[in-house]
Design a protein around this ligand. Structure first.
Ligand code: FAD
Length: 444
């Protein structure tokens, strides 16, 4: 068997490694247009902020290392530019030499990811210190700029995960940061009243937060940002973090079926509309695990899980991808913000009736030092007790509570089951009634 994988980072390298474990003989070719494979995208903001100091630590696996360890062909600077589905072959361009060649396949896996959205805002092309963050070269550019130009102020456009992580890390580097967010809140996956906790925390940490406003123009080569509400902000650098768009061009040009949101459509085996082509990761449309609607969820767990499932499916193990819960987490200065499943905004849009409980238990026994309150929100169906989603914010222990609830959701447990979860307890870690139990008692 000859299997080609397009994209060598989260989904692609997971699929490649699993394929090799399943078949020692297969010819596996991993093609990556960038200079690096298998790097830690999620760690990039922390290298810029210097919490992670050694750049090499971001490079989880090198092309040489992966080729040798798994006995496969790993080619960087290799962009796949076309798929000929009839001939079952692809066109590859070597970006270093300009050489163009064809490569045939039995099965093809697409894991091309998603790229940052750069809207055609006035002045965007002339802005000199304007950055987006996706990969190692982007990271090097931002870090070099900070190291060499010593900017004093940054504008972060977009208050999602990457925007907030960068706001924190830029603050760590001594910059004053202004976040401009078009909606009424930061962090889309949580609801407004939860986000409000983060709004005040950002302000406490010296971040200037501008909500309900967007960028209208970048003036003076990007040294002035003008907002739709008429604010003018002088700045030394700009980070655009307003979301990502699936890299769907290759699939689109090959006539594969694409969803309304631009994601490559796949079935539960992760096959595209061509049974010899699979697609995974940020580039695909998934089903929301909770409401079964099509969704785009650009997160690392789905990409990794899908990479493994695809390899299994190519070898006849028929594993099904069950949908994406969207369990997510971020550190925002002293707080952890975590969420799973659907929020109220989504349920309202879909006209699904729901009930909400809020509890504020301590992360662990109050008499043991370091206990902090957790704001825990549980959203569920009042009739059946079925859990739609949960959100948690706290300085300690929010991560574990959301992970427990995400597990309960995958196990199809109801809110009535939550008091019955027997969770680990000793005073430094929890209470005899864990916050998840408390939420369950309150809801049922
Ligand atoms: P990627 O990992 O982006 O890999 C796709 C690769 O395909 C790219 O390297 C691209 O160059 C290559 N490619 C594209 N087209 C072609 C082509 N035609 N030919 C050859 N190669 C091609 N997720 C979390 O869950 N938690 C986090 O904390 C988190 N933090 C993040 C922080 C940052 C700064 C970023 C950028 C992302 C973060 N993510 C996080 C998201 C996570 O990294 C992605 O969901 C995940 O990497 C998606 O995997 P993928 O394989 O679909 O795409």
């Amino acid at each position: 068997k000859k299997i080609i994988i397009v994209g060598g980072v989260a989904g692609g390298s997971t699929a490649a490694a699993r394929l090799r474990r399943l078949d020692e003989e297969a010819e596996i070719i991993l093609l990556e247009k960038g200079a690096y494979i298998s790097f830690a995208n999620c760690g990039l903001p922390y290298y810029i902020g210097e919490t992670i100091q050694d750049r090499n630590k971001l490079l989880v696996q090198t092309a040489e290392g992966m080729s040798a360890r798994y006995n496969m062909h790993v080619r960087t600077s290799s962009e796949v530019t076309a798929i000929d589905r009839t001939a079952k072959s692809i066109t590859v361009k070597n970006l270093d030499t300009g050489e163009i060649y064809q490569e045939s396949y039995d099965d093809l896996i697409l894991s091309p990811g998603a790229r940052p959205v750069v809207p055609p805002i006035q002045g965007v092309k002339d802005a000199e210190a304007l950055f987006t963050l996706r990969n190692i070269p982007d990271t090097d550019r931002i870090k070099d700029y900070i190291d060499n130009h010593h900017p004093k102020h940054a504008v972060v456009v977009g208050g999602g995960f990457i925007g907030l992580e960068m706001a924190e890390n830029l603050t760590e580097r001594g910059l004053d940061v202004t976040i401009i967010e078009m909606s009424s809140q930061v962090m889309g996956p949580i609801d407004y009243e939860m986000a409000s906790i983060i709004h005040s925390h950002l302000t406490d940490k010296g971040v200037q937060l501008i909500l309900n406003d967007g960028v209208q123009a970048f003036e003076n080569n990007g040294s002035k940002v003008v907002t739709s509400n008429g604010l003018e902000i002088d700045t030394d650098m700009i980070l655009l973090s307003i979301g990502v768009r699936p890299e769907n061009e290759l699939a689109k040009n090959a006539g594969l079926s694409i969803g309304d949101r631009g994601g490559i459509q796949v079935n539960s085996q992760l096959e595209t509309s061509d049974p010899h082509i699979y697609a995974i990761g940020d580039a695909i449309e998934v089903n929301d695990y909770t409401n079964r609607q099509p969704a785009m969820v650009p997160l690392a767990w789905p990409a990794n899980r899908q990479g493994r499932i695809t390899a299994d499916n190519i070898y006849g193990k028929t594993t099904t991808y069950k949908g994406t819960l969207g369990t997510s987490i971020a550190k925002v200065f002293d707080y952890t913000v975590a969420a799973t499943g659907n929020n109220e905004k989504t349920l309202k849009q879909l006209d699904i009736p729901y009930e909400v409980v809020h509890v504020h238990p301590s992360s662990h026994a109050g008499y043991y030092p370091g206990a902090e309150s957790i704001a825990l929100k549980l959203i569920f169906d009042k009739e059946t007790g079925s859990i739609y989603g949960a959100q948690a914010i706290g300085k300690v222990g929010a991560d574990k509570r959301i992970d427990v609830i995400a597990t309960a959701m995958k196990g199809r447990m109801t809110v009535m089951d939550l008091p019955d979860l027997e969770l680990a307890y000793a005073p430094p870690y929890s209470s005899a009634k864990d916050p998840v139990n408390m939420a369950g008692y309150t809801a049922s």
